[in-house]
Design a protein around this ligand. Structure first.
Ligand SMILES: [Zn+2]
Ligand SMILES: [Zn+2]
Ligand SMILES: [Zn+2]
Length: 144
């Protein structure tokens, strides 16, 4: 994850910098790509390969509902929601999985209950995990 949390939009004719949160990507898709709320869409995101040959670039082509495109882009293309557990280095596909992961994380369970509660409250509000903003963002949306 880039330090400023910005990702390059790789949809055709774009290339703008977008923050890797679902909310920002969603806004970008609506403002710049005129994505409507309903209907279906084919994801035209082009994943750049590390190779120098241009033909290695892969057009996504996934068929999605309009409203799940932002999430798809965050997870699949920006990988902005992926996060490593700092205790056991287990990669979680999404920061949302983190609370559930902690419950089954072996390292976490070796800690005393006091330490566990410290970790719980320390890790989440202190940006220990990349993608935490997305986590907060998504949680806020859920509780609204
Ligand atoms: Zn764009
Ligand atoms: Zn895609
Ligand atoms: Zn863990």
């Amino acid at each position: 994850m880039p330090p400023d949390g910005l990702y390059t939009c790789r949809l055709p004719n774009c290339g703008q910098q977008v923050q890797g949160t679902k909310t920002e990507v969603d806004k970008h898709l609506r403002d710049v790509h005129q994505l409507s709320k309903h209907g279906n869409v084919v994801c035209l995101w082009i994943d750049e390969s590390d190779e120098e040959e241009e033909e290695e670039n892969m057009l996504c082509g996934d068929k999605l509902q309009n409203q799940s495109l932002a999430k798809h882009i965050c997870e699949r293309h920006m990988r902005s929601l992926a996060v490593d557990c700092e205790l056991c280095n287990n990669r979680q596909a999404r920061i949302d999985n983190m609370p559930r992961h902690l419950k089954s994380c072996k390292v976490f369970h070796q800690c005393s209950p006091y330490l566990q509660s410290q970790i719980w409250s320390f890790l989440l509000p202190n940006k220990q995990f990349p993608g935490l903003d997305s986590y907060r963002e998504n949680n806020r949306q859920r509780t609204e």
